[in-house]
Design a protein around this ligand. Structure first.
Ligand SMILES: Cc1cc2nc3c(=O)[nH]c(=O)nc-3n(C[C@H](O)[C@H](O)[C@H](O)COP(=O)(O)O)c2cc1C
Length: 213
């Protein structure tokens, strides 16, 4: 699978960092590129330290339309915009391809490939909601960065992974160790995720809200 990850300037750079690490280690992914918006590197430095160029995949930014996936003649199979700022959401929703990230997303939509948008903002205005509705109507999947807690996360990375498990499901690249409601991780969960520390795979999906809840 040929994938593009677009990182914009919303809070949530650790989602993008971890997703790139996981996809890089996934043998089902034959090509992986990272596209940065104008603000992505600034937020990444704040939240992760360093620069995304250290992630070991080809990194594009700005208006580098030389990237193959800038054209409908060589589109990616799928693209994930994570985290997606409200500015990036707005521009994709309105077909404003003013940088490589928004152009790549536009290409994925027009070529009827898979676009997963992981917005991050709170609260949201009517403008934000309408833009997300437009994206949905255009065929994108809007998958908010809303971690789940029923697996009793022990670390921030566990929360991050609850979102990424869903992203990978929708890419058609399910993680063997994905936390699922009332299911144990499969016994072969190690290979796909073993490239990076992964602390939550052993947790049983149990909810206990107490008798009075
Ligand atoms: C540390 C930091 C955190 C931010 N978090 C968000 C956020 O969660 N959501 C959002 O929509 N914008 C956020 N912004 C503002 C965007 O970066 C800003 O609107 C920018 O113009 C987005 O452009 P881009 O989508 O091209 O990266 C944040 C900015 C900074 C510096």
């Amino acid at each position: 699978m040929k994938l593009v990850v677009g990182m914009s300037g919303a809070s949530g750079a650790p989602y993008a960092k971890r997703l790139v690490e996981l996809l890089r280690a996934d043998p089902r992914v034959v090509s992986l590129s990272l596209v940065l918006s104008r603000t992505a590197a600034t937020v990444y430095a704040h939240e992760c330290g360093g620069h995304p160029s250290g992630l070991g995949v080809p990194v594009y930014s700005g208006r580098d339309y030389d990237a193959p996936f800038a054209s409908g003649s060589a589109p990616a199979d799928a693209m994930v915009v994570i985290p997606a700022s409200m500015s990036t959401v707005a521009r994709i929703a309105h077909g404003i391809s003013d940088d490589l990230l928004t152009r790549a997303a536009d290409v994925v939509l027009k070529e009827r490939r898979k676009l997963i948008v992981v917005p991050r903002e709170m609260p949201v205005s009517a403008i934000h909601l309408e833009n997300m509705l437009s994206l949905t109507r255009a065929g994108a999947l809007v998958l908010p960065a809303s971690p789940s807690f029923y697996h009793r996360p022990k670390a921030v990375s566990d929360l991050v992974d609850t979102v990424l498990d869903r992203v990978r499901d929708h890419l058609g690249l399910p993680a063997p160790g994905a936390r699922r409601w009332r299911q144990e991780p499969s016994p072969d969960s190690q290979p796909a995720d073993s490239a990076q520390p992964h602390t939550a795979g052993h947790l049983r999906p149990v909810v206990d809200y107490g008798e009075d809840a």
